[in-house]
Design a protein around this ligand. Structure first.
Ligand code: NAD
Ligand code: WQD
Length: 343
């Protein structure tokens, strides 16, 4: 019998890519998503790629009664991957309670139901945002957690604590892995699924691809006076499919391997930092045409530089990011062109 995995937020950007990898690896996937930041058509796209339609229910994970009823009905779940959350940093400053409620209550409801209905494993979507500006780079999993710079970032820190305290209290019946993602970009090789930000993109790569596609006039590069090779900020950009594969490995570690550690944290990045300008240059190389951009002032709340030390994930999980930044940017560009009906 196939192992059953509940993927919350499985219609979203990272979730949908992970569902594809899970199905390709023989897992039976159950998605719960309230479609607050995604489109139901993604289920057709997943089916087109894998030949399998994941089970799907639409409801809000903050609804405790619905979560309980769902777990009662699905008694063979072996693991959960919890992607569902609100993720826009700027919006979280405007609407902090929306972020605290959505991100904390959904996790609490799931952890409560896991205990009651004997679901033993959870993989949680955390973020490198918990490190703030690390003192030592590349940043390891042991680096101190810094005071959050946004309510969104704070929800990830608090969720890690909720996870830790609940798993400790459950005394061995639930185990977890928190994956701290660096900057996920790119799209599936089929260009059936990818990132579809609502409105003006806040993140760099969708802004770049929309500028190249003619939807935006020019990219504003935020800051050129950082202490980096060319003065622009440094990040660790990881292909979303590499990131998705890390979830399959994490699930296998929880459900198949004889690993008894209650809770582990892994950095999921490439291990390489790139400046904004280096990323723009790589994109220009991929498309063969120049990108319109201008340098403007720093963006409030941005950190200067962060990239991952990935040795722990490489050695313990046996996982490594495989795509080059050019391949990754090419996938983002092919996706953008497809959704805009260009060439
Ligand atoms: P996304 O918005 O594309 O996907 C999240 C999905 O969860 C959406 O389909 C949304 O409809 C759903 N959802 C939200 N709240 C829900 C609720 N209460 N009940 C049911 N469904 C709900 O986001 P993503 O980029 O795929 O991110 C997935 C996870 O990874 C999030 O937890 C995010 O914080 C985390 N993360 C993302 C990034 C990034 O840059 N994309 C980086 C680090 C961590
Ligand atoms: C990358 C770099 C910008 C847009 C955010 C969240 C983080 C995480 C991922 C979830 C920065 C620069 C950007 C633009 C630019 N999400 N930039 N012009 O800021 O690393 O991380 O998303 O956990 O929590 O904070 O990603 O893509 O927004 O920015 O110059 O129009 O690109 O200043 O240096 P960031 P990003």
């Amino acid at each position: 019998m196939k192992k059953q995995v509940l993927v919350t937020g499985g219609v979203g950007y990272i979730g949908s890519h992970t569902v594809v990898e899970l199905q390709n690896e023989g897992f039976e996937v159950f998605i719960v998503d309230n479609l607050s930041n995604s489109n139901i058509e993604v289920l057709d796209r997943i089916e087109k790629i894998t030949g399998i339609r994941p089970h799907f229910e639409e409801f809000d994970l903050c609804d405790r009664t619905k979560v309980q009823a769902y777990f009662q009905k699905h008694e063979n779940l072996e693991a959960i991957i919890h992607f569902a959350a609100s993720k826009a940093v700027g919006e979280s400053v405007e609407k902090p309670l929306l972020y605290y409620r959505n991100n904390l209550v959904s996790l609490m409801n799931l952890l409560e139901a896991m205990d009651q209905y004997n679901v033993p494993s959870i993989v949680f979507s955390s973020s490198c945002t918990v490190y703030g500006q690390p003192e030592v780079l590349p940043v390891t999993e042991e680096a101190p957690i810094q005071e959050a710079t946004s309510p969104y970032g704070n929800t990830k820190q608090i969720c890690e604590e909720i996870l830790h305290d609940s798993i400790s209290a459950y005394n061995g019946s639930v185990r977890g892995i928190a994956l701290r993602y660096f900057n996920p970009i790119g799209a599936h090789a089929t260009a059936e699924i990818g990132e579809l930000p609502v409105g003006v993109p806040q993140n760099l790569v969708p802004y770049i691809t929309q500028t190249a596609a003619g939807l935006r006039d020019e990219l504003s590069i935020f800051g050129e006076d950082y202490d980096t090779a060319d003065g622009t900020a440094v990040r660790d950009y990881i292909h979303v499919v590499d990131l998705a594969k890390a979830h399959v490995v994490a699930i296998r570690r929880l459900v198949e391997e004889n690993n008894k550690k209650p809770l582990e944290f892994f950095n999921i990045g490439t291990g390489t930092g790139l400046t904004v300008l280096q990323l723009v240059q790589a994109f220009e190389k991929v498309t063969g045409k120049p990108l319109n951009y201008k340098i403007v002032g720093r963006r409030a709340g941005d950190i200067e530089k962060v990239w991952a030390e990935t040795t722990f994930a490489n050695e313990e999980l046996g996982w490594k990011a495989e795509s080059s930044v050019e391949e990754t940017l090419a996938s983002a560009w092919i996706w953008e062109k497809k959704i805009r009906n260009l060439d």
